[in-house]
Structure formats: C-alpha cells, structure tokens
Design a binder for this molecule. Structure first.
Ligand code: XUL
Ligand code: CO
Length: 443
C-alpha cells in the first residue's frame, strides 16, 4: 500500500449501535441489516462526491482556500491528481460507502488543448478503474464540469457561440466514455451555467432549444457506446446564473415533455436546490416520483444563509419524508444518495470529512428505519387514503377516469347541495408524525 492519507481512522467505520459514544462509528447505519426486504446498503446506495470531499478548499465568496490537504502536495497537477485518487479510495473504503461520483475536471486537470485534456482524463480514469477493482467501490454516476472554465461564462449548451458548445460536447463525450469504462450506474447533467442573467441580451427560446438538442446528442452518444445506466438531469433554481432553465422538478418535467425527452432522463433531486427554489426537499421528490421520473438524490442540507451551502443532511423530519418517497416508489434502480455536501470552512481537519459523512449516513439510515415503521404502521397512509375516499367510486372515480362532463357535475352539485367543511387535521398530523421522530425510539 502507498501513502496513508487518513491515519486518524485506522479501521473501516463500523456499526456500534445507538448506545455507542464513539464518534467514528455508525449509530444507525448497519449496512447488512435488512429493512423492508433489503439490506440498508442497497436502499441507500451511499456515494461520496469527489468534488467537495477531495477537491474542496474551504473557499467562500469572501476568501480563498484554507485547507492544506496532504493529497494536494505533488509537484505537478497530474501527480496531485493521482495522489488525490489514491486518497479518495482510501477515504471511501474507510467510510464503507459503496459508491463515488465525479466531474471530469475534479479528477484530472484541463490541458492546453482538447487532446491534452482527453489524455489527462484517460490516464486518471485508468487509475480509478484499477482502484475500483482493488477496493470493490463502484461509480454511482459521472458528469462533466461545464461551468468552471472561463469559456462557459455564458453557458455551455446554451452559449451564444456554438464553438463553446462544441467544447462542451467534447467534454461530455469523454466524461460518458469515462463513466462507461468505470461501469457507472448513471450519468448526470446539472445545468451549470445553462440559464441567463438578463433577457435584454438573451434569446431564451433558442437557448432552451439548444439545451434540448445537446441533451439528445449526448444521450444518443451514450447509448451508441453501450451505456445502459440512467441519465439524470439535476434541477437548480439559481446560482450561478440568475434564471436557470432547470429551475425545479416541475420545470424540468415540463421541459422534458416539451422536447420529447421524458423517456430519456430521470431527475437527480438535490435537497439544497429544492429549498433554494422555495420548496421543501420532499416536495420536489414527490413531484419527480409522481411523474415516474425520480432517479437519484444529492443528499445535503441548506440552512438559513440563502445560498447553496451544501451542508451534510441532519434534518431527520425532512429525510424521513424523503425515504418515504423512495420506499414507496420501490427503491432506487440505478440511483442512490450521493453526498453533495462539504465540511464548513472552519472544519480544517481531514477527520471532519469522516464526521460529516458519518453524520449524513446515520441521518439517512435512521430516516430509513423511521420511514419503514411509518409505512408498516400504516396510520398516516390510512388517514390520507380516507381523506380522498370520495374519489375512489361514484362521481369522483368518474372524474378521474375522464368520463365526466361539466354539465353532469353541475347537475350533481345542484342535487347534492353544499359540501361539508372537513378539517384537514394538519396540526394533529404534524404531532403524530413527530412522534415517529422523537418518541417512538426507533433504532
Ligand atoms: C451544483 C451541484 C453539482 C451537481 C453535479 O450545485 O449540485 O455539484 O451535483 O454537477
Ligand atoms: Co448536486
């Protein structure tokens, strides 16, 4: 074995149960424990995001990097890239997460030409493939960074200059190749700078057409190369552009319908993006799942700062609702929970990367247990079911099936008289939901 980057964790993180006081142990995540018919690890399919975990510097809008990572000390960028890959697989192995995720430019530096960038990427992907084989860690999804390079300032697929779009296409082609070589279960498109700041200088109609054409090209390429995994699109309302074309789950579903892409892409829903859009995490998850298009999740949390702070998920109530959606759709196919999360600027130590991930994994494992109990108890579902009982038969069923008319409904309303006012019992439901979180002692 080469250099050890995380000597503070000598053994893989183990499950020790809720009574453990060991911070470097799981208190809820017990990978092989069977819940709702499958092991926890297969429900949750945890992935570590290379960009935040390995390449995060602690920079924020008010100051540059503050971490001195031991894997960033090599004398050339390629040497650093190789060291970072080794460090990453050591981290993910010790964390016992089964998957990782990356952008092309996280793992290998951009070169001075398309050919050099491609060669850098290929060299590091070969290294990653060897590490995957050694450790058994798999790739949840790959993606291309189409937002950091200055050429992408006005967008990639939606740039006014098709030469910029061609550079983006070159990157996506090779990122898909890399994903295929690494056996990736998915490939993600996040909008990056696909949006605009002002309509005064923007052709909105055409930019959306450009984006659709680009996605179609990329999907056709992936399938022609034998990629059988899922393609995801990840909604986000703003940041970096003021108006992103992939604002939220509902907007993306409309876009997919408009451009006949509904069968080609699923959604990768990120918690902090939902809250930035003015929704809850569970709202966007339910919206995607209702359309049959929930593919994967970027797990994180955004507090009150008002930007995409990518904190580790710790909000049990919200994540229980997330797990309810995932369990009720029958679990992920190719997706999973990718920690698109980072340690705070002041969390300087490499051990903080473990604390963040362990915290997130335990939150989601605990949420899984609670969601499973809620489904088994059936009380919450029974209440909702009862609330909509009128739609199961008679006039309700007729409306839903498309068999009713306005004239017929007018007649029905006139004959029945006024509808009864029925309480939605929100306050009671909230209290009963909280019992699952706080007082039923589920572990
Ligand atoms: C940005 C974001 C990305 C995507 C992948 O907010 O979430 O990291 O997940 O490009
Ligand atoms: Co994300």
């Amino acid at each position: 074995m080469g250099k050890e980057y995380f000597p503070e964790v000598s053994q893989p993180i183990a499950y020790e149960g809720v009574d453990s006081d060991n911070p470097l142990a799981f208190h809820y995540y017990d990978a092989d424990r069977v819940v709702a018919g499958r092991p926890m690890k297969d429900h949750l399919r945890f992935a570590v995001a290379y960009w935040h975990t390995m390449r995060g510097t602690g920079s924020d809008p008010f100051g540059g990097g503050v971490y001195d990572r031991p894997w960033g000390q090599g004398s050339t960028e390629m040497e650093q890239a190789h060291d970072t890959m080794d460090a990453s697989f050591e981290f993910v192995s010790k964390l016992t997460a089964p998957f990782w995720c990356f952008h092309d430019r996280d793992i290998a530096p951009e070169g001075g030409s398309v050919a050099e960038s491609n060669a850098n990427l290929k060299e590091i992907v070969d290294h990653a493939e060897q590490k995957q084989n050694e450790t058994g860690i798999k790739l949840l999804w790959g993606t291309a960074n189409l937002f950091s390079h200055p050429r992408y300032t006005h967008g990639a697929a939606t740039n006014p200059d098709p030469l910029v779009t061609a550079h983006a296409a070159a990157q996506v082609r090779r990122a898909i190749d890399a994903t295929i070589q690494l056996g990736g279960a998915g490939y993600t498109f996040w909008g990056g700078r696909e949006g605009y700041a002002s309509l005064i200088n923007t052709n909105l109609k055409q930019e959306r057409e450009q984006l659709a054409a680009f996605l179609k090209m990329a999907i056709a390429y992936g399938r022609s190369q034998g990629f059988e995994g899922d393609f995801y699109i990840e909604p986000k309302p703003g940041e970096p552009t003021t108006h992103q074309y992939d604002y939220d789950a509902a907007t993306v579903i409309g876009f997919l319908h408009e451009f006949d892409l509904m069968n080609d892409l699923k959604l990768n829903i990120e918690a902090n993006h939902c809250t930035l859009a003015g929704h809850t995490f569970e709202h966007d998850l339910q919206t995607a799942a209702a359309a049959g298009r929930l593919g994967s999740v970027d797990a994180n949390h955004g507090a009150i700062l008002g930007w995409d702070t990518d904190e580790y998920p710790t909000d049990l109530a919200s994540n229980v609702q997330a797990l309810l959606v995932v369990l009720k759709m029958g679990g992920f196919t190719n997706g999973g929970f990718n920690f698109d999360a980072k340690v705070r600027r002041g969390s300087f130590d490499t051990v903080d990367l473990f604390h963040g991930h362990i915290s997130g994994m335990d939150t989601l494992a605990h949420s899984l247990l609670i969601a499973d109990r809620i489904i088994q108890d059936g009380e919450i579902d029974a209440f909702i079911d009862q609330r909509y009982a009128g739609w199961k038969e008679g006039i309700g069923a007729k409306i839903l099936s498309g068999g009713a008319t306005l004239e017929e409904l007018e007649e029905y309303a006139a004959a029945q008289g006024e509808a009864e006012k029925r309480s939605g019992r929100q306050e009671l439901r909230e209290r009963l939901f909280n019992k699952y979180i706080y007082s039923k002692n589920i572990h």
